[in-house]
Write a protein that binds this ligand. Sequence first.
Ligand SMILES: *[C@@H]1O[C@H](CO)[C@@H](O)[C@H](O)[C@H]1NC(C)=O
Length: 237
Amino acid sequence: MKPIVLVLFVAAGAFAAPSVVLNEYSENELPRSNSLTERAFGLIDGGDVNIHILNLQAVLKDLSERDPRSQALAFGQTLGVLVDLATGIPGDSCASAALINAYAAGVKSGNFSGFRSVLYNFVHQLASNLKLIVKLASNPASVRFSTGPSGNCLGSGRSYQFEAAWDAILSSSSSSRSNNVGATITALSLPPVAQVLEAAGESTSHLLRAVASGYDASAAAASASKALLRAVERIQL
Ligand SMILES: *[C@@H]1O[C@H](CO)[C@@H](O)[C@H](O)[C@H]1NC(C)=O
């Protein structure tokens, strides 16, 4: 059995090249369970999911079974990835790349005044894109032929500060979708974003529960959007 390598990015400290934690599972012991994040990922058409995304699902499941802070991160990241995977045609990585680059620039200069507005944009987009997950849960056909969230940026946001790290991981993948997901997860791991996700953890878990159980999730999505927006207003940089 070829080992399947799970990759977990941990944004360490204020800013560091993310460290990579590897867990190895053999193909027949890939963790399967009906955890909250796994059930939510069940909304995605399996034919669309490549090995990187499967790995990510396993990592997020692990994360979602740890302390409350890790759980909140896992819930928020699961939602972000579901937004990327909800539409039949992938969008681009512009918003994530802009956030990552602005954060890197802030760390370099010590001046985060430019970062704040980019952070607002990113969280506002995430909050408003939660409705794609609601559609995916209630009427998958309505998003199957639509295109994911797109910005308008050079190279569709494929190039960003963590590119070297992700290049190494995604080198075997030709899928632009993995590239999007990589940028999304990286952006959602930045410390200020992790704080936002932590503060919104209760609402995001309710949303995942609602979409996983097949109930109408629009109210839960609206609450999660509000919680994310409230959290980003309060963020201390
Ligand atoms: C920080 O950057 C902003 C532009 O993003 C600039 O207007 C401001 O003067 C800078 N502050 C300092 C202390 O350099």
